[in-house]
Design a protein around this ligand. Structure first.
Ligand code: SF4
Length: 623
């Protein structure tokens, strides 16, 4: 087998308990490469049209990348792919930590799970042994309780645990998966897919080693990263302050969602900035396997709310969605809400998004406390937010309504609430504001997985890294504000590149545009891992292939261009702050979207890949 791979993918059917070991052959590996590329392949091959994300027939894949397990920064993430209970289309989410390396060490390039267990279970992957174990004793337990219960049985050495929390068990449509209690595959409701399969966790024990072709080059790349961090800008900030360290600069650029996305900065944003609150509640940091950046900040507090340091601290997105977007600027309050979400297994972005929707409907008088079980709720109310999180995870009253996401909530709470439901394909956008980033506005609309901020490079970096962009053949369109054909070209190319990163399970903070490594380093990395004589041409095609497979899955689920739309609020002018007056220009956006379909080789009416494009990518089997 090519070095970097184990040559085996495990397939588990929870309905009949059959475990298979698939040997897919070298061409498969070179074509789909790993991570989300594998996920897209197994879903597109194996799913019937219009499968419900919560049906036993849904398929979920957990796949690391080719380089996972190498001692180089940012090369060991893990991709989760399945139909999303949040959007109904394809879902894809990544996490760091050590679950990826442990899957490789256990001897697998990926795990594919389908079916539904008859009773609560967890999966034990221990080298050649894969067992479906009775999970009755962990039903209803929090993430921390479950982790402790499973490590009591299986030990806490050479082990990694991926689990949904009680939110996933209760099929909350935006529940997440947690790796070793502080690494989160947050988006798309992957926790509910676990819950729908009666599978609470996967325990992976791995003692084997992963072999690579050229360990000397891998060591050189590891050293390069170490030398490049000082003076690197973004990675250096991440090393010192984690993602909370960008709250200040982002808010000052009018890029910090506030009051349900109606504003783009909060006067008290500095209270949520990592550099400010770090002194009060920092509790050190952790890192993903082999990464010297170590951006995973931990926090700890005693008052006004006790916060444990075991579940990790709030990231930039969380500080926005559970903070400024709810007008909460007390960092301990956000840390507490983050702790609750992580311990229950809720996506902090979507939880914040549905809370903001409810609070604005209450503020506008469209709903009243009678709709909230008599509870007075609103913006800038941490205790109210904690209460609501509890109701969502336990599916009680208003929490039960919100747990099913926006489409269902609008049906139950009334059409008048629709303007305040800020989402694309039922998924809440990140804290990054589409009003100030035209390429992000486009990507929020057209991404197969719904509004997501990690699918392409944002305008700001594309602009500042013009030289790097040139090496991808992007020569113009760097102006921040422009929303023209050049910007679309940049968006498309950077989408292919980011799609490649998710296929290789690489971290965008290390391998993204203008970060620690450049495109030539990426070719070197792949060659060192596998021995392949690869080029960026081949690699960009791999990224493009994955985007088209994801889109093709959505086509089979019934999605069309009609779903590639933005919430109305984003077309309204921002009322104040550094980005005052900015909005998504309706006409420019429509033109960008049309150009995007054209450049992608997708049908302009349906928004779906044309047969010729699928053939171009070697996907004729998916026509
Ligand atoms: S930069 Fe942060 S998220 Fe990325 S691999 Fe390193 S520690 Fe993990």
């Amino acid at each position: 087998m090519t070095k970097g791979f184990t040559g085996t993918i495990a397939r588990v059917n929870l309905t009949d308990g059959i475990v298979e070991r698939l040997e897919m052959g070298k061409d498969f590996y070179r074509t789909y490469m790993g991570g989300s590329g594998f996920g897209a392949y197994f879903l597109l091959k194996g799913l019937k049209r219009k499968t419900s994300a919560l049906a036993a027939e849904n398929i979920i894949t957990i796949a690391p990348g080719i380089t996972t397990g190498a001692a180089v920064s940012g090369v060991s993430r893990c991709c989760i792919t399945a139909l999303s209970p949040e959007t109904g289309g394809v879902g894809d989410s990544q996490l760091g930590g050590s679950i990826g390396p442990f899957i490789k060490r256990a001897g697998y390039d990926g795990i594919v799970i389908t079916g539904k267990a008859a009773s609560p279970c967890y999966l034990l992957v221990d080298g050649d042994t894969i067992e479906i174990k009775d999970g009755a004793h962990i039903v209803g337990k929090t993430v921390l309780e479950t982790h402790d219960a499973l490590t009591t049985v299986h030990g806490d050495k050479n082990i990694s645990i991926l689990q949904c929390g009680p939110a996933g068990e209760n099929l909350v449509r935006f529940s997440c998966l947690i790796g070793d209690f502080n690494n989160v595959a947050g988006r798309g409701g992957m926790g509910a897919v676990f819950g729908s399969k009666n599978m609470r966790a996967i325990v992976v024990k791995g003692k084997g080693t992963v072999e690579f072709e050229d360990n000397d080059t891998l060591k050189k790349l590891a050293k390069l990263a170490m030398n490049r961090v000082p003076g690197s800008g973004f990675p250096e900030i991440l090393q010192k302050l984690g993602t909370p360290g960008v709250v200040g600069p982002q808010a000052e650029g009018g890029n910090f969602a506030t009051h349900n996305f109606s504003r783009s900065w909060h006067e008290e944003y500095l209270q949520l900035h990592g550099g400010t609150y770090d002194k009060e509640i920092s509790a050190g940091k952790t890192t993903c396997f082999g990464c010297i950046v170590g951006c995973r900040k931990k926090v700890k507090a005693q008052s006004p709310w006790p916060v444990t340091d075991r579940l990790g601290g709030p990231e930039y997105e969380t500080l926005g969605l559970l903070g400024s977007n709810l007008d909460i600027t007390n960092a301990v309050a956000v840390a507490k809400a983050n702790e609750l979400c992580n311990n229950y297994g809720l996506d902090t972005i979507s939880t914040g998004g549905v809370a903001a929707y409810l609070f604005e409907c209450l503020e506008k008088g469209i709903l009243t406390s009678a709709d909230c079980d008599g509870k007075e709720l609103g913006f800038n109310d941490p205790e109210g937010l904690f209460w609501l999180i509890d109701k969502i995870v336990n599916r009680q009253g208003i929490g039960d309504i919100l747990a099913d996401g926006f489409a269902s909530a609008i049906e139950k709470l009334g059409e008048k609430t629709r303007p305040y439901a800020i989402h694309v394909k039922n998924k809440v956008p990140a804290v990054h504001m589409a009003q100030v980033k035209p390429s992000l506005a486009l990507m929020y609309a057209v991404s197969p997985i719904g509004a997501d901020h990690m699918q392409n490079e944002h305008d700001w970096l594309l602009t500042s890294e013009a030289e790097l962009s040139k090496s991808l053949g992007i020569l113009g369109g760097g102006e921040l504000d422009c929303a023209d054909l050049n910007k679309v070209r940049m968006t498309v190319y950077s989408q292919f590149f980011y799609s490649l990163l998710d296929t290789l399970s690489l971290c965008m903070f290390c391998w993204g545009c203008g970060s620690l490594f450049n495109y030539r380093d990426l070719e070197d990395l792949l060659q060192a891992a596998t021995g392949w004589e690869t080029t960026m041409f081949e690699l960009m095609k791999v990224g493009e292939r994955r985007v088209n497979m994801l889109r093709q899955i959505n086509m089979r689920q019934g999605f069309t261009a009609k779903d590639d739309v933005l919430p109305e609020r984003l077309f309204e002018k921002l009322p104040d702050g550094p980005a005052k007056g900015r909005c998504v220009d309706r006409e420019a956006f429509a033109k960008m979207r049309a150009h995007y379909y054209e450049l992608m080789g997708w049908d302009e009416t349906t928004g779906n890949p044309r047969d010729g494009k699928l053939r171009d990518l070697g996907l004729e089997w998916a026509i």
